[in-house]
Design a protein around this ligand. Structure first.
Ligand code: UDP
Ligand code: MG
Length: 327
């Protein structure tokens, strides 16, 4: 069948791929197994996020064998959020299922998600009933992080969900229209609204290869993007701290004056006290400056207006689509 005469898929499955040579063939096998039992036409969109292994060649082979597999290869690694964004930009289905390539999100859950979508829900997210094979450190930091995010932002991010979810075309369109560079999709999707619901699933262990988000160094930028994208609280913290310190020092000044006028002879304050209070204030000021810097840097990124990603190669997308990288 020629690509241009091929019918438009109803369901798109989108997966970012970064050094996943060991899982791609199995991903395709499991997805086909599940989706071939459904009535709808489907496509599998793999976004190669600058992998340094054989991922690109494997995508090429899969596409030759099965034209329902489509691919986009970036010119370098742009990060998970951007890879997913590119997948959403290119997916053509009426509904898009977002999944990790490593089969931690089992394809066997798709039919349940599709059924909920048919019932009229625009977003169906996967709720992790259990998480096998994750370190206690990852589980603990995730728990603290999502509870913190819920408290300090106004959007309602459902607990125990990851990026595994189905989205209706209207939601995908809304996300495609959000031009921001620091993308925190787990917040952007609830922000869009519409009718959202969840289905429970058992999060599996990674099929092969290793996690790219295991260490603090890899998780911290993600956390900062999430907070700065959806909350001004850190900025306001400086104001609150300023008020608190001003009030305390006002009282202290009053005390010093009163003690000097009416108190005993002995000098009240020594050098150490002066030094400590100056250092304390210096610390508070540096932290406040740092917080402003975090926001300022992100504003700078937005203002530069560079394309979100650059495409090196595409498989299975027509030429008009591939002319522009931020379509
Ligand atoms: N990934 C990506 N770009 C990156 C890092 C990761 O596209 O810079 C992809 C990766 O290939 C996988 C998904 O994002 O499909 C989730 O990554 P991983 O499984 O390592 O994270 P974890 O499940 O451990 O949080
Ligand atoms: Mg994973």
């Amino acid at each position: 069948m020629n690509e241009s005469t091929q019918q438009k898929p109803i369901i798109s499955i989108v997966s970012p791929v970064y050094n996943e040579e060991a899982v791609l063939v199995e991903l395709h096998r499991r997805v086909s197994q599940v989706m071939d039992q459904q009535d709808e036409l489907w496509e599998l969109v793999l976004v190669n996020d600058g992998s340094r292994d054989r991922s690109a060649e494997i995508i090429d082979e899969l596409h030759q064998k099965d034209p329902r597999v489509k691919g986009i290869s970036f010119s370098r690694n742009f990060g998970f959020q951007v890879a997913v964004t590119a997948g959403l930009n290119h997916a053509q289905g009426d509904a898009v299922i977002l999944t990790d390539a490593d089969l931690q999100d089992p394809p066997e859950v798709y039919p349940e998600m599709i059924a909920k979508w048919r019932e009229g829900y625009e977003v169906v997210y996967g709720v992790r009933a259990s998480r096998e094979g994750e370190t206690w450190f990852k589980l603990f930091t995730a728990k603290v992080f999502y509870r913190l995010i819920r408290r300090i932002t106004k959007i309602d991010i459902p607990l125990d969900t990851g990026d595994f979810r189905l989205m209706d075309r209207r939601v995908v369109q809304a996300i495609n229209n959000m031009p921001e560079r620091n993308r925190f999709l787990r917040g952007m999707i609830p922000w869009v609204g519409f009718k959202q619901t969840g289905v429970e699933y058992e999060r599996a262990v990674r099929f092969a290869g290793e996690s790219k988000f295991g260490s603090v160094r890899q998780m911290l930028p993600f956390a900062l993007d999430a907070i700065t994208s959806f909350s001004y609280l850190p900025l306001q913290l400086a104001t609150y701290l300023g008020f608190i310190i001003a009030i305390i020092s006002g009282l202290a000044i009053l005390t010093v004056v009163l003690v000097r006028l009416f108190g005993p002879e002995s000098p009240l304050l020594g050098q150490a006290t002066t030094l400590v209070s100056v250092l304390f204030l210096g610390g508070v000021q540096l932290i406040s400056l740092g917080i402003i810097g975090e926001y300022l840097g992100r504003i700078y990124d937005e203002v530069k207006g560079r394309p979100l990603y650059l495409v090196d190669k595409k498989w299975g997308f027509s030429e008009e689509k591939s002319a522009d990288s931020t379509d």
